[in-house]
Design a protein around this ligand. Structure first.
Ligand SMILES: Nc1nc2c(ncn2[C@@H]2O[C@H](COP(=O)(O)OP(=O)(O)OP(=O)(O)O)[C@@H](O)[C@H]2O)c(=O)[nH]1
Ligand SMILES: [Mg+2]
Ligand SMILES: [Zn+2]
Length: 337
């Protein structure tokens, strides 16, 4: 099991694994693609078949380490609403302990997007950290980020300067996922943590400083000489939040706190008298922008939830139809006897 320690093995996973049949092999998924997945076992990386896993999952493989038998219950999961009309979610990483959200200092700061990533991070159950990247080639107003992510540690980093990541490393624990827009320096930061050019990085487009989507796979890599495991992810084109009002509440804890001071318990913070949220906006302590984004994310969340419920209902309906059909057939057959 020794090599699995580099992949974050702890007593919890050993206990979970013990509950399964003894014929299986414990492993951690390091990469998923169309054909199957790669998993780290005590004997090295194995190529496996079987669906439904995502990078970071702890799994039980068959005795030959070629086939998925079971996925151990996830401790945390970074989930986003999938693009398109389905109500599915996409798991960006499982069993993550720290989520580092990267914000590049060489591009225009988009606070709304930062708030989305932070909401996604809180929703995972892991601890979010904000890393300002590329501080050698630009600057970001740190106080704006602190206001956009209350309760989240904000670190300034540079992957090219000596000691450029020293402020970040003390805040990392366990499996560390890097999430953020394409070109924001996730893989470069990952390489700085790994102490070598392990992950592919790419130049941003000169014209608009947009990324090129260099990283295409979610990949799990142990950080040598530490107990940390790195999970690099591709930049997302859209960040849909869903499934957790709690995540929005955590990401906007300042507004939630203000709301608890409103005169009416069901205050909608629109025009009610004694509204502490609107008072904070008037006093310049809370921006209209942030309040607007809070509302937007809550709406999005509610919509995603109802969409999910609607799908569950139609599945239930299909099930009933199936049952009544088989009952009709049964009785038709019985009747003929
Ligand atoms: N000067 C400077 N450039 C950096 C730093 N970090 C990243 N870059 C550059 O920014 C560009 C994008 O970096 P990547 O690490 O590939 O970005 P990414 O977030 O992994 O992008 P995707 O994989 O597309 O999601 C590359 O040209 C890097 O060299 C930094 O600290 N300083
Ligand atoms: Mg990358
Ligand atoms: Zn109010």
């Amino acid at each position: 099991m020794s090599s699995l320690l580099h992949y974050g093995l702890d007593q919890h996973w050993l206990d979970e694994f013990q509950k399964l049949s003894q014929e299986t092999t414990l492993a951690r998924v390091v990469r998923v693609d169309r054909g199957g997945f790669d998993a780290a076992t005590a004997y090295g990386i194995a190529r496996c078949t079987g669906g439904g896993t995502c990078t970071g999952d702890w799994v039980a493989l068959d005795a030959h380490s070629t086939r998925l038998i079971d996925i151990l219950p996830r401790r945390t999961a970074i989930e986003r609403a999938s693009a398109g009309s389905t109500s599915d979610t996409q798991v960006l990483g499982a069993n993550v302990d720290t989520v580092v959200v990267t914000v590049a200092s060489d591009t225009t700061l988009d606070l709304g997007r930062v708030e989305r990533y932070i909401t996604l991070a809180w929703g995972s159950g892991a601890v979010p950290v904000l890393a300002i990247t590329k501080t050698d080639s630009g600057s970001v107003a740190e106080e704006l980020l602190l206001a956009a992510a209350p309760g989240v540690t904000v670190c300034s980093t540079s992957a090219v300067s000596d000691g450029g990541i020293d402020s970040l490393t003390p805040h990392l624990r366990g499996t560390v996922a890097l999430i953020g827009p394409s070109g924001s320096g996730k893989s470069t930061l990952g390489n700085a943590l790994l102490g070598g050019a392990v992950l592919a990085t790419g130049a941003t487009r000169e014209a608009d400083s947009k990324g090129r989507h260099t990283t295409v796979h979610r990949e799990l890599v142990p950080i040598p000489g530490s107990s940390l495991v790195l999970l690099d992810t591709p930049g997302l084109r859209s960040v849909g939040v869903q499934g957790s009002e709690d995540a929005v509440a955590s990401a906007f804890s300042d507004i939630e706190e203000l709301a608890s001071l409103c005169r009416f318990g069901d205050c909608a913070h629109e025009h009610e008298p004694g509204c502490a949220v609107l008072a904070a906006v008037d006093a310049g302590e809370l921006t209209e922008r942030r309040l607007g984004n809070y509302r937007k994310l809550l709406r999005e969340n509610a919509w995603a939830t109802s969409r999910h419920d609607a799908r569950a209902r139609s599945e239930k309906l299909r099930e009933y139809k199936q049952i009544s059909k088989s009952l009709r057939q049964k009785y038709a057959v019985d009747g003929r006897k």
